[in-house]
Design a protein around this ligand. Structure first.
Ligand code: VAH
Length: 315
């Protein structure tokens, strides 16, 4: 079993990925790290309070636990990043470089770092966006993800660091709330559908975005990290996709379960961010290289979330 460190373990993805990794590697072999104080049930494995910008502390945590793999998830997302661009750049970039440098020095087994469809921009082809294409992101988050992809490929080519990455679409889960993303509407809408029966969406009803249910995102992440190195041919970051939908389409899908549910639309600054991203992406490279397959479509995702969130909120 490998010793694994999850940085950003209390985030929307980190909280569910930590549990999934502990089921694979054993609770004691997966260290959850976050800058925030412990929250929720952490009794099933070790925890470290960590500022990943502190290179020395990061090295001490790796040495203390004999870490061999790092999943580095901590980042400032698209919408929140626009309110403090300099810090978003510093956190997203310096933390990645700290992790890559440590992986080189200590010859760690593997590094996982998430990119995003936010690395694409207004001049990127919108439909079925190719793996290799024009990338002109115009958010600090997107710029940091594009730059991060280049750093990952550089450390792989120059130093042999086995770093792997996925360009996540909007991730939709219900067990942990997201923070500061443009696609967060697709999570908030489920909470409001159950709690109040009404939702005001900050995007236009016809805004298509690539999305993925959290279980599929965790499957893609672990499948990529566990793939034989020879099958990982893309060392910047892989396009991965599952479904694309608009706010109007997810409202209609929710109404199949909650007929009284209604939505209104009040686009804000996040509309411009969403308009700069693809409507759908081509993920043939991931499917051909390491066998990526998604399980959840819009109907299955909606049914799963409403059932699970209903239980969670009524608990
Ligand atoms: C965001 N959830 O909205 C993130 C994601 C594709 C979007 O990277 O910023």
């Amino acid at each position: 079993m490998s010793k694994v460190l999850v940085i950003g373990a209390f985030g929307q993805l980190g909280s569910e990925l930590t549990t999934a990794l502990r089921n694979i590697h054993g609770g004691e072999n997966v260290v959850a790290a976050d800058i925030r104080d412990p929250q929720g049930d952490l009794s099933d494995g070790p925890f470290e309070k960590l500022d990943v910008l502190n290179e020395k502390d990061l090295g001490r945590v790796v040495d203390r636990h004999g870490i061999q793999q790092i999943y580095h998830l901590a980042a400032i997302l698209s919408a929140k990043g626009e309110s403090n661009p300099k810090f978003a750049w510093q956190l997203n970039m310096d933390s990645l470089i700290n992790v890559l440098e440590l992986a080189k020095e200590k010859r760690l087994e593997k590094i996982y770092w998430p990119s995003s469809i936010a690395a694409f921009g207004p001049n990127t082809p919108k439909e079925n966006t190719p793996q290799n294409t024009v990338m002109d992101p115009n958010t600090i988050y997107g710029i940091s993800k594009l730059a991060g992809e280049r750093w990952c490929e550089y450390y792989f080519e120059k130093y042999g660091v086995d770093v792997r990455s996925l360009r996540y679409p909007g991730l939709i889960g219900y067990k942990a709330k997201p923070g500061g993303g443009t696609t967060d509407y697709a999570v908030d809408i489920f909470y409001k559908a159950i709690e109040t029966g009404r939702y005001e969406c900050f995007l236009r009803p016809d805004t298509y975005l690539p999305m993925m249910y959290m279980d599929d995102a965790i499957k893609a992440t672990i499948d990529l990290v566990e793939a034989d190195p020879g099958r990982v041919k893309v060392r910047s970051s892989y396009n991965v996709s599952a479904l694309s939908f608009s706010p109007a389409e997810i409202v209609d899908e929710i109404k199949k379960h909650l007929p009284a549910f209604s939505a209104t639309y009040a686009p804000d600054f996040r509309q411009e961010i969403a308009d700069s991203w693809p409507n759908s992406v081509d993920d043939r490279a991931a499917r051909e290289d390491w066998g990526w397959r998604h399980d959840y479509d819009l109907a299955k995702m909606t049914d799963t979330i409403l059932a699970g969130l209903g239980e969670l909120l009524n608990a």
